[in-house]
Design a protein around this ligand. Sequence first.
Ligand code: PMP
Ligand code: GLN
Length: 387
Amino acid sequence: MSQVAERLVPFGESIFSTMSRLAVEHGAVNLSQGFPDFDGPDWLKQAAIQAIQSGPNQYAPSPGNPLLRQKLSQKMQRESGLVYQPDSEITVCSGATEGIAAVLLGLLNPGDEVILFEPFYDSYPACVALAGAVARYLPLQLPDFSVDWAALEAMINPKTRAILVNTPGNPCGKVFSEEELAQLAALAQRHPDLLFITDEVYEHIVFSPARHATLAAQPGMRERTLVISSFSKTLSMTGWKVGYVFAPAPLTAAVRASHQFLTFCSVSPLQAALAEIMDRLPDYVGELSQEYLQRRDLWCSLLDEARIPYRVPQGSYFVISDVRDLGHEDDVQFCRWITENLGVAAIPASAFYQTPGAGKGLVRWAFCKGFDTLREAGRRLLPLRKS
Ligand code: PMP
Ligand code: GLN
């Protein structure tokens, strides 16, 4: 095994693969891995079929289908007021997963430090390690996953290259408020060499009164922020793996340098299909949020029935419970136990922490599932009322 691959050994198998496999083995309702058990709209499938039939079916330009980049530029301007040049400031990649890798590999030097908030999405520490850089972890504070601003400022040192922010957050469901984004922008002013990376894949799954806004729209932040997102969640097509990165031209050049040798380009006909349907997105995402609100409220009411405590998420399609309140100290054992004995799979959220002891007892439920599936999972969890 190479030295680079060896850096990944401590991360083991992704918790998503482990728990989904266990769910299948035990016939459990799978609320672990975050993928919808329903597909995106038919008109999107039709656009993809059409694109495959008529082409393009050969490589797309490495930075992405030109029309899709143009539509992405319009989307960003409509939503945030920011103008990005399709030719030099927008890159289409193979899901946000590749976007994260391309950004971190394109920007980090060995020994650089990156600040990650805990709980983090699992690919961040792995990609930081691939780049030979060092992740520094700051746990968000329970119960509402707030930022300890003094601790964050104290972590910044001359080696700190970037801070990575995931909003709306997986797994915690936190949406950074306008005030918190302004705090980050103020911190940026005090540390002019820092870069900011935002992962906004749940940008359209946000529950009022929370509101999603990009950090890049804060004063002074556009020039030092890389915004990563994807269509996976927005269109309920996680297997399509088409993502995108907005960044000012010099930073985009770094991202493209790694992107072209990671995948070169994302799937051509899917990019073309997405370009075709982009004008429908504003209406569609309104409906999406409403539907997810119903799913969230249903799942929370089912947790109430099972007397499982939880924090209501402001965004994303995940709910976090602290099962120590139920007398279960170890989230890993708890998740294994409910999968094997009650037939419901969830993610032990300590997998999203590196700080020793942090996250213990936290469990993540994915509610991106059919209403009947959620009801069945709720029914199966009822025995917990007595334990
Ligand atoms: N970031 C976060 C926070 C995620 O939850 C996910 C996975 N759903 C990704 C990135 C990866 O997204 P994609 O499917 O576009 O690769
Ligand atoms: N993002 C999904 C989740 O959080 C999983 C993606 C994956 O399996 N890599 O569950």
